[in-house]
Design a protein around this ligand. Structure first.
Ligand SMILES: NC(=O)N[C@@H](CC(=O)O)C(=O)O
Ligand SMILES: [Zn+2]
Ligand SMILES: [Zn+2]
Length: 425
């Protein structure tokens, strides 16, 4: 089976190729990247006017499977990912029950291969049931291919226990993906602390709730040598601390989600649960620091923290609504519109932060690149398409987004996984 993608603008962070080229795929591999490939293929895509990028790798997704399948499933989340140009995603373990055992990880990998059109890497919880008391079978889950452990949804508050987990992760060659939030400091907060929270009469979450755990986790990574990935960073001080860690040569990476680099508390006009997520939307100064961090390379990754919830769980005031918004189907167009079009990132940097860098963090040498020999996980992205985000078009079960009606540029035309077209507009 041969697939020829003709005349696209190829962006390959691995080789540095940034220009018009053809891409020839045979079965599940990219076999040739060159101009004017003369080859009869079974299928041809005319990519004129579009970018051809390595498929996006989303390090932070909630698929809600098993146990919370009224919100999302491996299948619906997989279809949403394909529509968003995501070819590999890491599924967080805050499922029901929590994914904290080797057999559960293995079973989810087996099921995902059947049910999801895109690759799924299931992450394992740090502690049993995410209860923060007893370590889960980290070694076993690493053997089942979990690539990272994470307590996402909360932090492991016992630093001694977390340090033990980090040592085991390090011994088994996997990473720790950290959700940074000091649970004792939240004190019922539902949005960023400050004037807007006061105006709306709701309790606030200060920057320090995140920052004290970022500091702690970096210090624990320094002591244990584990590779630490800081999830959904939202504050200017997180960026500063990651910069300092990198300067010291520590294996620490930082992730930013589109909502955090686009929206601030200024965009919250009323007490509306669609604007509630963890960490919360911060101040315009924090937003600026995140953009600057992405631009200058301190922040490595753009991921979604895709967190689907049912309508009745989100159409509520902040005090009652669940934390979290969806992102799989909006992250590429929002990143293109807000960062590339506005000159914060080059198109190549977009490919780096949405594909190449995540591949490096996961240790996937065969992904994140459009070059001969790599896995044919590819996205064809039309930067000229102009439209408004419409939650009713989402393939995800979750329609919870503050971006409904938001004007954007850029649209995924094709998503290719292992050489097969899994989504076509
Ligand atoms: N981000 C969120 O607001 N919610 C996430 C949990 C998390 O990512 O911490 C969820 O699982 O719903
Ligand atoms: Zn989290
Ligand atoms: Zn999350």
């Amino acid at each position: 089976m041969k697939l020829l993608i003709r005349n696209g603008h190829v962006l390959d962070p691995f080789t540095g190729l940034d220009g018009i080229s053809d891409v020839l795929v045979e079965d599940s591999r990219i076999v040739k990247v060159a101009e004017g490939i003369q080859e009869t293929a079974d299928q041809t895509i005319d990519a004129s006017g579009s970018y051809v990028m390595p498929g996006f790798i989303d390090l932070h997704v909630h698929l809600r499977d098993p146990g919370l399948t009224h919100k999302e499933t491996l299948e619906t989340g997989g279809r949403a990912a394909a529509r968003g140009g995501v070819t590999t995603m890491c599924a967080m373990p805050n499922t029901k029950p929590v994914t904290d055992m080797k057999e559960m990880v293995a079973d989810l990998h087996r099921r995902a291969a059947e049910e999801s059109p895109v690759h799924v890497i299931q992450l394992g919880a740090v502690t049993k049931g995410e209860m923060g008391e007893e370590l889960s079978d980290i070694k076993g889950m690493a053997e089942a291919g979990c690539h990272a452990i994470s307590e996402d949804g909360k932090s492991v508050m016992d630093a001694s226990l977390y340090r033990k987990a980090m040592r085991i992760a390090k011994e088994n060659g996997i990473s720790v993906f950290a959700h940074c939030e000091d649970i004792n400091m939240v004190e019922g907060g539902v949005m960023n602390a400050g004037a807007k929270a006061e105006e709306l009469g709701v309790k606030g979450i200060s920057n320090a709730v995140e920052d004290v755990i970022v500091a702690r986790d970096i210090l624990l990574a320094k002591e244990t040598g584990v590779r630490l990935h800081l999830c959904h960073c939202s504050t200017a001080d997180s960026v500063k601390m990651i910069a300092a860690a990198k300067k010291e040569g520590l294996p620490v990476t930082g992730e930013v989600c589109p909502h955090h680099f686009i929206l601030s508390t200024d965009d919250i006009k009323e007490n509306n649960g669609q604007y509630k997520m963890n960490p919360p939307l911060r101040s315009p100064e924090d937003v600026e620091a995140l953009r600057e961090g992405l631009k200058n390379g301190i922040m490595d990754v753009i991921s979604t923290d895709h967190a689907p919830h049912a309508e009745e769980e989100k159409n509520l005031p902040m005090e009652k609504a669940f934390f979290g918004i969806v992102g799989l189907e909006t992250s590429a167009c929002l990143t293109y519109t807000e960062l590339v079009e506005k000159g914060v990132l080059t198109p190549m940097q977009m490919a780096e932060k949405m594909s190449y860098n995540p591949a490096q963090i996961l240790g996937l040498q065969d992904k994140g690149s459009i070059s001969a020999g790599k896995t044919a996980d590819i996205v064809v992205f039309d930067p000229a398409a102009e439209y408004r985000i419409d939650k009713n078009t989402f393939l995800s079960k979750g329609k919870n987004t503050p971006f409904d009606g938001y004007p954007v540029k850029g649209e995924v035309l094709y998503t290719i996984v292992d050489g097969a077209i899994v989504y076509a507009k």
